[in-house]
Every structure is written in structure tokens, then in C-alpha cells.
Design a protein around this ligand. Sequence first.
Ligand code: ADP
Ligand code: MG
Length: 701
Amino acid sequence: MSVRFMSHPIEYVKGVGPARADILNKELNITAVGDMLYYFPYRYIDRSQFHKISEIHEEGVYVQLTGRILGMQTHGDKRKTRLTVLLGDQTGSIELVWFQGVRWITEKLATGQEYVVFGRTGSFGNRFTLPHPEMELLSEYKASPRDKFQPLYNTTEKMKTKGLDSRGMAKVMKNIMQHPQYRLTDAMPSDIRNKLKLVKLNDAIRWIHFPSSAEQMNQARLRLKYEELLLIQLHLLSLKHNRYKKIQGFRFSKVGEYFNRFYKEELHFELTGAQKRVVKELRADMKSGRQMNRLLQGDVGSGKTLVALLAALIALDNGYQTALMAPTEILANQHFRTIQRFTGKIGVNVALLTGSTKAKERKPMLADLANGTIHLLIGTHALIEESVVFQNLGLAVIDEQHRFGVEQRARLWRKNTQPPHMLVMTATPIPRTLAMTLYGDLDISIIDEMPPGRKPIKTVHAYDSKRNSVFDFVKEQIGLGRQAYFVYPLIEESEKMDLKDLMDGYESISRAFPLPRYAVSMVHGKMAPDVKDYEMGRFVKGETHIMVSTTVIEVGVDVPNASVMVVENAERFGLSQLHQLRGRVGRGADQSWCILMTDLKLTSEAKKRITTLVQSHDGFVIADADLALRGPGDLQGTRQSGLPDLKIADLVKDDKLLKHARKTAIEILDQDPQLTRGENTLLRMALRDRFGDEAVYAVVG
Ligand code: ADP
Ligand code: MG
């Protein structure tokens, strides 16, 4: 019965009706009582507090006053009227203003009467004002005492025109709670609730909207956050269980000749401890009989590509092909070159397929792929086209996975009758708490150790006014035989401007570093691929000293001889992006530098980003700072991946709670994977309610 009440159309709640229901639906996607109750206030105002007029010293804050109307005045013409009301108390006076509903307000108010006035301060000239405050006769206020805390709800302009401002929303909430059928069923198993001392759902919902103390507010928030995080984790983990059950994985039972020869004859350095650990994790997945779905995180240069190659050799030893997909042609090229260099002698057949592969090369290549002659295919998006058919694809690796969408991943899945093992790699570390939610259905491996002998990159912040010293420094480095990058921002909205900035930059750098002594390359996204590759190639071979570019070189490009990364307009880049760019240098054993050039004027957030980068080298520390500064919605890669829309929990602040909820979810599913037992059936219903029918708990039962 109460479940039915939760799905009761909002339209039929007292005070709503069809027009408001329509607005609620369009603006907030609220259609049922349950949606409404889960639309939480973003904050509260303590209405037990009264202020004196003389205490007002800030704009944009809520104040509650009592005072007498000293005078009223209407200004302007019919088209544009304004009402000002002078309100006075013992300490002074303030002007209340209305720009709308002037006639109606004028009739309602009376000079000489005492009112309770509540609103948000504004200013006009050098005086404070109160635009559009709520007004109530003091006598009426005294006759009907208010709730201590007034909830504030986010509402839109359209909602406000239909009376659904913050106060209107509160009224609807009240009406729901007074409905005779109002009673909610608590899906949270009582043993979990008791163990954590969480309050019951009915209390939590009442208190989140109308708390009578800070304690109630906190109790309600805790309970609802935990519920939210638990449901999300149950959902993600169920998806994973379901996949395990439904999808078979190719069994790579042996490590054979290719792997062993490579290890003995071609690998001239020791794997780091972290690399060894990850290789073991991949091995275990690939021989388990379950399909591997693993995210490999590791800082730029930590040796992920090498690990992927080792996995590909295992696939080959078991008679399977591997696909390695990279987001850009430059990167695919580079992977191809390094992997070929590594494996040329042991007879691994590697091919490169990109958008610029010529038709006459492409045809025989596709034939060799279909008959199994090609063991490892490296490429860009070109890899997932329909015409690309493998004989027996067993492993698919995606580099810089945040550059790809879900659909592209899915297309790799379909390249064999049974999905290949999947390894997705990223050098944009995602904070663990976020990864748990974002990739909760993947297993995660982390390389948190750099190959030995790397010197930490020295990072400095330089204002544009110091440009000449920066140039001198770069000349010094070039004199020592090194190379340098100058990177310019290129952001879509202002693409033309940015391109001009880049060209201007190129010109001034070419002037400062003149031929024949210096040679400067340039690449950007608008160039034809062959021109781009040619320019890049010159820099890679050391024929040019300086590479001027946009962020196209951000991912993966490997020129160990480059020792300086100059980032122009560094204030316009995100933290993770700056960290990626910095990773382009410091690839050899010598000292490298990253110089962040900025304007003299910086926002405080930009300053924080620059300072974080100057102080830290740890990608995970930087990712955490990025998350704290920008919020999860803005992080690279979170947009396509579909971060769940959280109503109350906060992935940054509630990370302890999140870890706990994940642990609880694992315990619940271990005992009852289908959620069919006793108390868990309500959880299953709640999950289906929130996430639809795709998951296992919906399939069963
Ligand atoms: P990533 O893909 O994580 O950015 P790469 O696999 O491209 O890193 O490795 C960066 C460089 O370090 C490559 O030149 C690679 O050959 C080298 N490298 C990888 N692992 C090691 C190691 N254990 N010891 C020394 N050098 C390594
Ligand atoms: Mg890489």
C-alpha cells in the first residue's frame, strides 16, 4: 500500500493539480510522490533567529526582521513599476523593494503595522535593501508559530511563476506528509540499520524536509546518504555478478614461448614491483574462465603499455589475437613503433591501422587479420569499423579510455562471438572513491610506482612578464642537446581565437629561436594527418628543437630527449590535463622542467591549481585535488561514463561512508546474490525503482 503511495502521481496531491504537476515533471523530472519526497532541500534557514536592521552588513544573506512600516511609495510608469517600503525597528530602517506584483503587495501591506519580514539582502547604491521579502503580520506570526528550520529548495523561474518557489515546494511536502495514506516502507534491512544506528526512513524523510533540530538534520542526512550509496554499490556489484554469470571468458591457461622469449631476450630491464603485481592480476583474470574487465590506472610513464604488451603475448601464446586502440593517430603510431621495436625479433606480427592507412595497404592487412597472420593490431577508431574482422580476437586493450565512449567499448566486445578480455588503461588517475562509483563494475589495477632512475620533474610557475628568462632557459637546454615543448590551450568554444594564439605563439617563438641555429615544429588538431605526422616525426627524430602545439600531444607521446615543457596560459587548463602535459617530459634519466606560464591576474582557483601542481607529482594526489576543486561532474571522462546522479551523498566528502557502503553491499550480495531472501526483497524493489530493469535483481523473481 505504501509502495503504491510512493508511486502515486504527484498531480493528485493537495495543492498540486495538472499544471504544477506538468511543471514539476518538465523541470525536475518529478512525476510521483516518491520523486518529490526525494527532492531534498539544499540548505535550511534558522527561522528562530531574528536580526536587527543595524546588524545587516552583507549582501546575499537571509535575514529575519521585525519592524513597522514607516512609509510606502510606488515609482515608475504603468509598464515598469516599483514599490519601495520603508521598514523600521529600534536600530534603524531598511528599504524593501518589489518589482513585480506591485499592485497586489500594495493592497496587502499597511503603513503603521508591524510585520515579520524575511528575505535575502541586496544592495542599491551604498545601501542595503531587501528585494521581494516574505511578509507576515506580527500578530499572525505570533498566533501560528513556525518551524525552526525552513527548508530551501532549488527551483527554476518557470516553477516560481506557478507558485512553486521554495516555500511552495515546502507546502507540497507538508501536504504529502499529511496525506492519510502517508507511510513509507523502509527498504534498508533492519540489521544494517541497527548496526549503524541509522534512523528509520519515515523519520529521515520527515526530518530532511522539516528538522526541528540540527541533530535531526544530521541523522536524516546520514541515513539518506547511506541509503543512496548502498543502492548504487548494490547496483554496480550486481551488474558485475551478473556479467560473471552470463558471460564466459576465453581461458588463457598457459604462458608460452612468445611471452618467455620476450621476457628473457627482449626485456632489458626489470619490471617494477607494481608492474609485476598487475601482470599477475591480469594473468589470474585471463585464465579464470571469466571475461576480464579491468581498468589499469597508472601515471604517465609508469609502464602501462609494457604491461598491456605482456598481456597480448599471453593471448598470442594461447592462440588469440589482440587489438590495441588509442585515441589519436600520433599515439597509435608511437605504440606501433615501440611495440615493433620490442617484439620484432621474436616473430610477433604487429600491424597498424588508422584513418590514414592507404586502401592498398588496408586490403591485404584485413585479409591477414581475418586469417590470423596478424597477431596484434594497433590503431585508432578505425579498428572498430565493421569491415575489420579478426580471426580470433581474445584481448582488447583501450589506451586512454576516457577519450572513448561506452559505445566504442561495446563495439570491441562484439568483435568475436564471445567477448574478448578487456583491459582499459588511463593515465588520468581517478580518485579511488570516484573510481568505486564510476567503475564499480570493473576490477581495478594500479601501477603506483615509477621505473627506477627517473628524476622528479621540477615544476615552476612563471608570469608572462618573465618570458625572456624562460626563453633563455630553453636556449640553455637546447645548447645541452635537449628539446622543448610549448603548449597552447585549444578549447572548443573559442577555437578560432585559440588557433590565432597558437599561430602568434609560433611566430614569436620562431623569432626568438631563429634558423639556422634553431628549428621549430608545430602540430595542431586542424592539420592534415600526414602533415601532422611529418612534423611530429621531425621532432621525434631530433631534427627540430622545439615543438609548438596544442594539447594534441597531451596523451602518450614519448620523446625521452625532451626536457622542458612550457605551458602557455596554464590558468586555462584543468589540473589533470596539466599533469598529463607535464608527463611528456621527464622520460629519461636527466633532470626535466615544467614551466607554467600565466597571466599576472589569476582567479583563486587557478592559483590553487598551479600551486598543487608545483607541489605535487603524485597523480592520485592531483586527481583528489582536482575532484575537490571542480567536483566530479567536471572531471575528465566522467561525463561520458555516466556518473550516477547523486541526490544527497557527496563523492568527495563522504568517501568513508562510501567505502563502508561498498563493504556492506559486498556482504549482502555474498549471502544473497539475487536479493531474493526475506528482508532483501525490499532492497531489490528499491533498486529496480531507481535503476530500471537491466540488472540481475530485476531479471530474477
Ligand atoms: P605508460 O604507458 O604508462 O605511459 P610506457 O609503458 O609507455 O608508460 O613506459 C614509459 C617508458 O618507460 C617506456 O619507454 C618504457 O619502455 C619504459 N619502461 C616501462 N617499464 C619500465 C621498467 N620497469 N624499467 C625501466 N623502464 C621501463
Ligand atoms: Mg601510455
